[in-house]
Design a binder for this molecule. Structure first.
Ligand code: ZN
Ligand code: ZN
Length: 342
């Protein structure tokens, strides 16, 4: 099968072709797994973190990609519900132990034996992928394969981020950064919390216009002061300064949720400017979100179909994965990038 593989960790600014097109054997599904013929795979910022070594794959080479959509071609002997021909999606969570405290609580994302699709196990930048039945999710019919792909990570993690803010209808929400996840979060919040005003902070005027089009109450630059304090905020940027800006704009008792698997090191020193009374005092909180548990993906897919959320998608061929990654790195983001595979 055709696959794009990562052979070595590198800096994408210096190497514009981090992945190599190659031919690999079609994976053989284990007893509890299904073999998916991949039709679409989303391109995520986490792939940059894998390639550049902030969350390095334990073994190389690896096939990246963790927003996989396709049809089941084959099922392992112990697969119970899913059948050949079913259309399913796969997210960042490939597997977890199923026995520990975190797994019992439905937080498999915190399990010590958590394995990530496309980092610890080959992912979806390929024509086929083998995935446990437990972490494959039927895709609602309303979505095309291309539309469904970004829902599986950007959407599901956005869903978890909103859950972790603890927000209620009427609470003001800040979205710091406006990439693939935030533009889905905005649509979700407007549906679930219609009385809440959403304030978007984004570097590019294109992103700010897009946020307004989607119904943001206000949109400004990262350093701009919003007209109201924020009960909660979600930071999806890859850098540190927005954390301080977010904390500064929080209402008393407000919570900032940082939705990033890793932050880049470039402006870490800006944290030294933290001022306790301005940024943290009066019971402000900061919390990170660690990717997704299974139920975030399944619950979110249902909600996304109900609203419905139709992500804006930029399409690339599998062979052009490097181009998509480089553009993502350069923050040429409007909506979500998806590889058309099959
Ligand atoms: Zn992702
Ligand atoms: Zn576990």
């Amino acid at each position: 099968m055709k696959a794009m593989i990562l052979n070595r960790i590198c800096n994408i600014n210096e190497n514009l072709h981090p992945l190599e097109l190659t031919d690999l054997p079609v994976p053989v599904p284990k007893d509890d797994e299904v073999l998916i013929k991949v039709s679409a795979c989303g391109v995520c910022h986490t792939e940059l973190d894998e390639i550049e070594g902030r969350t390095p794959p334990p073994v190389l080479p690896v096939v990246p990609g963790h927003q996989i959509v396709g049809k089941i071609e084959k099922t392992g002997e112990k697969v119970k519900k899913l059948r050949k021909g079913d259309r399913v999606g796969v997210g960042w969570i490939h597997s977890a132990c199923g026995k520990c405290r975190f797994c019992f609580e439905g937080n498999e994302n915190l399990c010590a034996h958590f394995e990530a699709t496309g980092r610890d196990i080959n992912g979806g930048y390929a024509e086929y992928a083998a995935v446990p039945e437990k972490f494959s999710y039927p895709i609602p019919g309303i979505f095309s394969d291309m539309e469904a792909a970004p829902l599986l990570c950007a959407g599901a993690i956005g869903y978890r981020s909103i859950r972790l803010t603890g927000m209620k209808d009427g609470d003001t929400l800040g979205l710091i950064g406006f990439g693939a996840s935030a533009h889905i979060v905005l649509q979700m919040v407007k549906y679930k919390y219609p009385k809440s005003k959403i304030f978007v902070f984004a570097r590019s005027s294109g992103e700010r216009d897009f946020a307004k089009e989607l119904g943001a109450y206000w949109a400004g630059d990262i350093e701009d002061e919003p007209p109201e304090k924020l009960c909660c905020a979600i930071d999806t940027t890859p850098v540190w300064k927005p954390i301080l800006e977010g904390l500064k704009n929080l209402e008393k008792g407000g919570r900032l949720v940082v939705n990033a698997i890793r932050k880049e090191e470039i402006d870490k020193e800006s944290l030294l400017e933290i001022d306790y009374p301005e940024h943290l005092w009066l019971e402000k909180e900061i919390k990170s979100v660690a990717n997704v548990a299974g139920r975030d993906i399944s619950e979110f897919l249902e909600l996304a179909a109900e609203i419905p959320i139709k992500p804006e998608v930029q399409e690339y061929r599998l062979e052009d994965a490097n181009k998509a990654l480089v553009e993502l790195k350069k923050r040429k983001i409007r909506g979500a990038k998806v590889l058309r595979v099959g």
